[in-house]
Ligand binder design. Sequence first.
Ligand code: NAP
Length: 287
Amino acid sequence: MTVDGCRRVGLIGWPVEHSLSPVMHNAAFQALGLGWRYELLSVPPGQLGAALADLNAGDFGGANVTVPHKSAVMAYLDEIDAAARSIGAVNTISVQGNRLLGHNTDAPGFVSALCEAGLELSGRRALLLGAGGAARAVAYALAQAGCAVAIHNRTAMRAAGLVHHMQDLGLCAPVTRMPGETALDELDLARFDLLVNATAAGMWPHDDGSPWPEALSLPSHWTVFDLVYNPLETRLLRQARRAGARTIDGLGMLVWQGVLAFELWTGQEPPADLMRSAALKVLAIRR
Ligand code: NAP
C-alpha cells in the first residue's frame, strides 16, 4: 500500500478502452472517501504472467479480468474459490498479503439482476445463447438456481463442451442436452420461458447485429435477458419487445458484479445506485 493509503484496482483485458468499470468504481471509491482508484490495464495475450506479477508486487488491492483472459488467468492465482473453479472463469482477483485470490462475480451478479427485476428463477426453462466466459457463469448460475438450461452457440462444438462441463460438475440433471447443430428455427420454442443472450452479438460497434434471426418471432410468454449493455437497448431487446416479451438489459448485471467485486476488494458496501448512474451517464454520452 502507498503511504497515503491509496490502492489501485485494475481491469486486465485486451482491449479494455470501452469499459464502464472505471467510472462505476471510481464514483464509489470517491463517495466512500476511500483513496483508491480504478485503472485500465491493457494486457495482450502473452503478457498475462508479467501483469499478474505487477499486481502482486505493487500497491494493488485487486483487479477485474475480462476477455480474453478470464480462463487463462486461473493458472497464475494462489487460490480460486469453489464457484469460480466450477465455472472455469475468474473475473475478479482480490489481493491478500502477497496472495492472489480468484473469484467470479458474474454468476451472482446475473442472479442479483434477475432478482432485482423480480424474476423467480426456480423451475424456469432457459435457452442460453453463447458458450464463452459469460455463458459459463450464466449456465452455472441458472443450473444452481434450479433452472433447466439448453445451450446454443454459433460454434456448436463450444456449446457441446459447455454442456459436458456442466455434466461433469454434477449439474447434469437440470441441464437439457441440446444438439448444438440444431438451428434456432428448428427448436420447440414453447418449451422455454427465459432467453439469455450471453454472446457478443449486438454489442457496440456492431449494434445492428442480433443473435436471434429476424424471421423467427420470439414467443410473447418469454423473458429475454441480454447481457450486452452497450447499447442498453439492443436489437435483440427490440425484437423481444415487438413480440410482446418481457425484457431485461445488461446494466443490472454489470452493476451487481461490480458491487460484489468492490466488496471483495475493500470489505465495504458500495452505493449501487451511484455506480449505476455513473455507468448510465457514460452510455448516454456514447450514444
Ligand atoms: P467471449 O468469452 O469472447 O464469448 C463470446 C461469445 O459470443 C461466444 O459464445 C461467441 O460464439 C459469441 N459470439 C460472438 N460474436 C457473435 C456473433 N456475431 N453472433 C453470434 N455469436 C457470437 O465473451 P464473454 O466474456 O462471454 O462476453 C459475451 C458478452 O457478454 C459480451 O457482449 C459482454 O460484454 C457481455 N457481458 C456482460 C456482462 C454484464 O455484466 N452485463 C458480464 C460479462 C459479459 P463463438 O463461440 O461461436 O465464437
